[in-house]
Write a protein that binds this ligand. Structure first.
Ligand SMILES: Cc1cc2nc3c(=O)[nH]c(=O)nc-3n(C[C@H](O)[C@H](O)[C@H](O)COP(=O)(O)OP(=O)(O)OC[C@H]3O[C@@H](n4cnc5c(N)ncnc54)[C@H](O)[C@@H]3O)c2cc1C
Length: 383
């Protein structure tokens, strides 16, 4: 399917990225899944290729490209049969350092962005806590101002890149008099008082997901992102992008899984014929194809809004909801086409099945997406 905002230059970029991924990532992905992380050298190679600062300004080493380059990047890294691999880079580039780009001071940008874009620093974002996930406003991590520092105490959990990241853009309560107010503070994860514990997950194996303890962590006052008390507002803006990227990840996985499954079906024989000729299986694939195919224009329309800087909270929530739920359906039904082989790790569909499951949980669960859509559609609330 073509989209009129994709130009020749975008296609050249896609081809260069695909060639890089084929040479540098594809041969190693199984090993990184087993090792449960991606090597630091790959971050630097991606940085050298200009893949880690697509929408960032040139003054910090970025490429200052339009949002469609980010869409293409998210699609291609999500087709490597390892959502964990994709998550590493998508979180660092589009869900963490972006807060510094959009709201951080010059000092903060200079301190963190060039090295993030070059792949020397990995970024993470710390919102979720052991006692507060969907209910972001209920976080308990506190930052208290003492002279020219913040002293941060609390805990974050399920943090993508948490173990390997240089820093975490951290949601904290900074005003004891106003418990509703929240701020974003960049915490250097090599600071004294920070503990990191890797979590063992069902899928996303090439991505590190960690619990972060924060005990009397001293953070320079300049590491406050934007204005004090505006953290919740910044997060709500940032989450639109996070959900669009999440939707692209899920959607790309649908496309890749369908392609892989069709190929298998054409080769596998049962009762003297290819299983792609068995009507019940054909109809199931036809149904999935119709659902996947018809979601793309809506997803791209939402990307278009993001590219134009248009607020699209409802559309981003709908895209994330539909793509992540469809992805679960696709991997579930496609795995069935493989019979017993689908249950074997040797076949990529097994990993895709494990990886897809988290799509309806993170970056706002399906239930939270429906809450947002219901408030905007039924109660006519504007975000
Ligand atoms: C692999 C992975 C990576 C992650 N990466 C990050 C990261 O980098 N940074 C970060 O900050 N977080 C991260 N998360 C956390 C993720 O965003 C949360 O898990 C998610 O927001 C849900 O929060 P929770 O797990 O606390 O579930 P809860 O909020 O406890 O929800 C439990 C269940 O109740 C439902 N529920 C809650 N409230 C409502 C409601 N009002 N109406 C209806 N249903 C409701 C939820 O949908 C869910 O089904 C990650 C999680 C995973 C699994």
């Amino acid at each position: 399917m073509q989209y009129n905002t994709i130009t020749e230059e975008h296609l050249l970029f896609r081809n260069a990225l695909k060639a890089f991924l084929k040479a540098e990532v594809e041969p190693n992905i199984d090993q990184w899944e087993t090792q449960r992380e991606v090597p630091g050298d790959l971050w630097k190679k991606m940085g050298e290729m200009g893949f880690l600062g697509l929408n960032f300004p040139e003054k910090w080493g970025g490429s200052a490209l339009d949002f469609w380059y980010a869409v293409i990047f998210a699609e291609e890294v999500s087709k490597m049969w390892s959502a964990g691999f994709a998550a590493n880079f998508l979180v660092s580039q589009f869900m963490s350092s972006t807060y510094i780009l959009h709201h951080g001071s010059q000092v903060l940008q200079e301190k963190y962005l060039p090295k993030t874009i070059s792949g020397h620093y990995i970024a993470s974002v710390g919102i979720t806590e052991p006692g507060a996930g969907s209910d972001v406003a209920a976080i308990q991590t506190k930052a208290t101002r003492v002279d020219d520092h913040w002293i941060v105490n609390g805990a974050k959990t399920f943090i993508t890149n948490g173990y390997l990241a240089k820093y975490m853009v951290t949601a904290c309560k900074t005003d004891a008099q106003n418990p509703a107010s929240m701020s974003l503070i960049v915490i250097d994860l090599e600071s004294e008082g920070v503990t990191r514990t890797k979590l063992d997950k069902m899928g996303w194996h090439a991505s590190d997901t960690s619990e972060i303890g924060l005990n009397q962590v001293k953070v320079p006052i300049e590491n406050l992102v934007g204005a004090e008390g505006k953290g919740f507002y910044y997060l709500m803006q940032g989450l639109q992008l996070e959900r669009i990227i999440g939707a692209i990840m899920s959607y790309a996985a649908c496309e890749k899984t369908m392609e892989y499954t069709l190929q298998y079906m054409k080769e596998r024989e049962a009762f003297g014929k290819s299983i792609s000729k068995i009507q019940v299986l054909r109809h199931r694939m036809a149904q999935l194809h119709a659902e996947v195919y018809s979601l793309k224009p809506f997803l791209y329309d939402t990307c278009n809004k993001q590219a134009q800087g248009i607020s699209a909270v409802k559309e981003a929530s709908m895209a994330k909801l539909l793509a992540s739920e469809l992805s679960e359906k696709v991997v579930h039904q496609c795995l069935q086409m493989f019979g017993g082989y689908g249950y074997m790790e040797e076949y990529k569909i097994a990993r895709a099945y494990r990886d897809a499951r988290v799509g309806t949980i993170l970056a706002g669960s399906s239930e939270i997406m429906r809450e947002i859509i219901a408030k905007m559609y039924i109660d006519e609330v504007n975000y």
